[in-house]
Design a binder for this molecule. Structure first.
Ligand SMILES: Cc1cc2nc3c(=O)[nH]c(=O)nc-3n(C[C@H](O)[C@H](O)[C@H](O)COP(=O)(O)OP(=O)(O)OC[C@H]3O[C@@H](n4cnc5c(N)ncnc54)[C@H](O)[C@@H]3O)c2cc1C
Ligand SMILES: NC(=O)c1ccc[n+]([C@@H]2O[C@H](COP(=O)([O-])OP(=O)(O)OC[C@H]3O[C@@H](n4cnc5c(N)ncnc54)[C@H](O)[C@@H]3O)[C@@H](O)[C@H]2O)c1
Length: 512
């Protein structure tokens, strides 16, 4: 690691970290906080710490922005936008609109993907960090002791550190797979041509989103999922709706089947499956989960324990087993989402710098898979086996907006505990992520569904499903023996009073 002060030609780095700041503070004292990794968790942590006046150094080995910006959320949603546009154009005739043949220009689609990254990149840039008072260094950080590290061989001292080294795609050791040069979410964005035949290994969020995207853009896609159903953590109904949508897009979806071996080279691959069938494809895209970025960090030297899975052990305040070291984001084993990484970064940095013990709350973390239909959930699932839980569902055919747009494959489902508190929800359909947000807030803030029912919802918005579920639940509550008796008594008393007043005035009571 060469600092600009020691060299006339600062080292060039990958896009995202173009020059390095010195690794020492101006007075030679240890950094208040060294943040390792410049993905979402590290960026938010560094901004938070510097905002509180802490002397903060962020070290990034590749490029700031991390997985979300370069290889994750941003490119995948940009690709899906193009894919969903193609699908909308193909489906337009059902609304009486004819657009002729739909032609996909894959090079232009990929330009859109990379333009999207370029437009968002400045927000995550080293310049933005420096503007907020964070020193930024390019290099590989390895811990060497409880309060020391090296960056590419040069020493760094810190009072506290925050690990935010994320995760990378896991690739299973299937015979022949390595020779097939499989794509992963790290490099699929470099494709210059649309693969004619694509095998997607794994039917989780990446497999379903990218499988649908490539199918809609024109690839012949097969998705092979080893588990019993796609989108494992979601309920069977949500999985069934996504399964049907993928098949309608032409995806050859195989569940409960695994890949046993691969033969051949890219462009001519034979994928042998556990059910005896063979798929002939051009490329394989592996999407079977993530490996935490903890193996080469020097965690043992620093006294930071990891679990068997490789995730760092953290307590509820995100402190590791070294009390001076904190962790945030994918490497903790908490749900691997950008919104979790951001929340972690803010919470861990403020705990570290201000000496607080704010705790992570896991029960209201939302997750959204951006297929069509979109699937959004939080908390307890609708297949709960707790007998005290109740589930209320509103099918999308009851949501007028869904009917108007001819998009009724979906539903809103809410899960209540024995005391009537909202403990989970699942929305399937257009804008499911946005629709879920109201329910997540209600659960987080302890707001009852009766309050949601009493809140005016715009008509005919997609959120009508939430409103209807809340109203149905409130009506059910009012139909119970005690409230039903009270309301009947009130109504009877009111009728008598109105009649009495009317006869006392010698007038006919007004029509109700
Ligand atoms: C295809 C795909 C789509 C996704 N879509 C979504 C989505 O729609 N919504 C959502 O919420 N989430 C999504 N995710 C997940 C999301 O991208 C991650 O959860 C999030 O980016 C994790 O952030 P992080 O800061 O923990 O790690 P990362 O973003 O991985 O950042 C870690 C950083 O640490 C650096 N680093 C590692 N080791 C060292 C070291 N020793 N020294 C210095 N630097 C180091 C790395 O270079 C990297 O920049 C998606 C992921 C993928 C792969
Ligand atoms: N919209 C989003 O928020 C979004 C989108 C993409 C990814 N992500 C994040 O990235 C993480 C990683 O995504 P992912 O889809 O790679 O992982 P995942 O672990 O969520 O799903 C992987 C799937 O692959 C299957 N699988 C495992 N080994 C297999 C094998 N050998 N053959 C066939 N199938 C196999 C699993 O049963 C599982 O269904 C997600 O868990 C999520 O946190 C989020």
């Amino acid at each position: 690691m060469t600092s600009p002060a020691a060299s006339t030609a600062p080292p060039t780095a990958a896009p995202g970290v173009r020059r390095s700041d010195p690794l020492t503070t101006p007075d030679g004292a240890p950094w208040d906080l060294v943040v390792v990794g410049g993905g979402t968790a590290g960026l938010v942590a560094a901004h938070t710490a510097a905002g509180f006046g802490a002397r903060t150094l962020l070290v990034e080995r590749h490029r700031t922005g991390g997985d979300c910006l370069w290889t994750g959320c941003v490119p995948s949603k940009a690709l899906l936008a193009a894919a969903h546009a193609a699908a909308a154009a193909r489906r337009a005739p059902r609304l009486g609109v004819h657009v002729g043949d739909v032609r996909v220009d894959f090079a232009a689609v990929m330009r859109h993907v990379h333009d999207t990254i370029a437009r968002i990149e400045p927000v995550d840039s080293p310049e933005r960090l420096r503007g907020a008072g964070v020193a930024v260094a390019h290099g590989d950080l390895t811990l060497t002791g409880p309060q020391s590290a090296v960056v590419d061989g040069e020493p760094v001292r810190f009072a506290q550190a925050l690990l935010a080294t994320g995760s990378s795609p896991s690739v299973p050791g299937v015979p022949g797979l390595a020779e097939a040069s499989p794509l992963t979410s790290d490099d699929v964005w470099d494709l210059a041509e649309l693969p004619g035949r694509l095998l997607v290994l794994g039917g989780g969020p990446i497999g379903c989103e990218l499988g649908q995207a490539f199918a809609r853009l024109g690839s012949r896609v097969s998705v092979v999922e080893a588990g019993p159903r796609v989108l494992g953590p979601e309920d069977a109904h949500a999985a069934a709706l996504v399964r049907a949508a993928l098949r309608a897009d032409g995806v050859d979806l195989r569940e409960d089947v695994s890949l046993e071996r691969v033969e051949g080279v890219p462009g001519d691959l034979a994928a042998h499956l556990s059910d005896g069938s063979v798929l002939h494809v051009d490329r394989v895209l592996v999407a079977v989960g993530r490996t935490p970025g903890t193996h080469d960090l020097g965690l043992r030297a620093a006294g930071v324990e990891v679990r068997e899975s490789g995730h760092v052990v953290v307590d509820s305040a995100l402190r590791t087993t070294n009390l001076r070291i904190w962790a945030a984001g994918d490497l903790t084993g908490h749900p691997a989402f950008t919104h979790v990484a951001g929340m972690h970064g803010s919470l861990a940095a403020s705990n570290a710098v201000l000496g607080l013990r704010r705790k992570v709350r896991l029960d209201t973390i939302p997750r959204v898979t951006y297929t069509q239909p979109e699937v959004a959930s939080f908390g307890v699932g609708t297949e709960t086996d707790d007998p005290s839980h109740t589930v209320h569902r509103v099918d999308a055919t009851e949501v007028d907006r869904a009917v108007a747009e001819g998009d009724t494959d979906g539903e809103v489902a809410v899960v209540l505990d024995g005391r009537g508190r909202l403990v989970g929800a699942r929305v399937v359909g257009p804008r499911a992520g946005e629709v879920l947000a109201e329910l997540t807030l209600a659960a987080q803030a302890g707001v009852s569904l009766r309050t949601v029912a009493g809140t005016i919802h715009p008509y005919p918005a997609w959120s009508d499903g939430v409103s209807k579920a809340a109203v149905a639940r409130t009506r059910e509550e009012l139909a119970r023996p005690v409230p039903a008796t009270v309301t009947r008594v009130l109504a009877r008393g009111r009728r008598r009073w109105v009649q009495h007043r009317a006869s006392a005035a010698g007038a006919t009571p007004p029509a109700p």
